[in-house]
Design a protein. Structure first.
Length: 205
């Protein structure tokens, strides 16, 4: 017996779950670069902190700000600026190994989460690889220099929240950017904290 109006499209039941997965993936990734977005960065960072507390492994966050991006975008145009961001994202993909997550947080600001590292040296090596890989690229027939300030913060198991390690990595990034327009990377140190924050840290200890 045939029932009018209830004809099914072959395979639609299988395609709908795949579509839902694809939509969920889009919500976690930056549309321009394909890197993780801010939401994905936060999610992976929280998981890395929780996992580190269970396994006894360190984790690290790198905060990365491009140098001179606004000037380049204003000079060459918005589309050229977008291509520069895509080039930068490609460098991060090539340099971040294993389970690490490179992400674009917005504008010219990027970040990397490194879960379950054996020691802080792994984070420093990643920062060094990124710095060494940045340099001149050809955009619209013009040679443009990719450069950035990279801040590194490492969390021992159970010692920092997501906001805490992002704060530290951000201070280290500001330090790196203050050293000049060339690519630099810096490690968080307590001396980078504002005086009031440093006093609070000392009191807590």
């Amino acid at each position: 017996m045939h029932t009018a109006g209830r004809r099914r499209t072959p395979g639609i039941g299988r395609r709908l779950p795949l579509l839902a997965i694809a939509v969920a993936q889009l919500r976690k990734h930056d549309r321009l670069t394909g890197l993780g977005n801010r939401s994905r960065f936060r999610q992976v960072s929280h998981r890395a902190i929780d996992r580190g507390a269970r396994t006894g492994r360190h984790m690290a966050v790198l905060m990365i700000g491009m140098n001179g991006f606004k000037e380049i975008s204003d000079t060459l145009g918005h589309e050229a600026g977008d291509r520069l961001l895509v080039e930068f994202a490609g460098v991060l993909r090539r340099c971040v190994q294993g389970p690490g997550l490179p992400a674009r947080l917005g504008g010219d600001e990027f970040a990397v989460v490194l879960p379950e590292i054996r020691n802080p040296g792994e984070a420093y090596e990643t920062a060094g690889r990124i710095a060494a890989s940045l340099g001149p690229v050809l955009i619209d027939g013009r040679l443009v220099t990719l450069a950035a300030g990279i801040g590194v913060a490492v969390a021992a198991p159970g010692t920092l929240t997501h906001d805490g390690i992002v704060h530290r990595a951000g201070l280290a990034m500001d330090k790196a950017k203050s050293l000049g327009p060339q690519t630099r990377w810096a490690i968080w140190q307590e001396s980078l904290e504002p005086p009031a924050a440093s006093g609070e840290l000392a009191d807590a200890a």
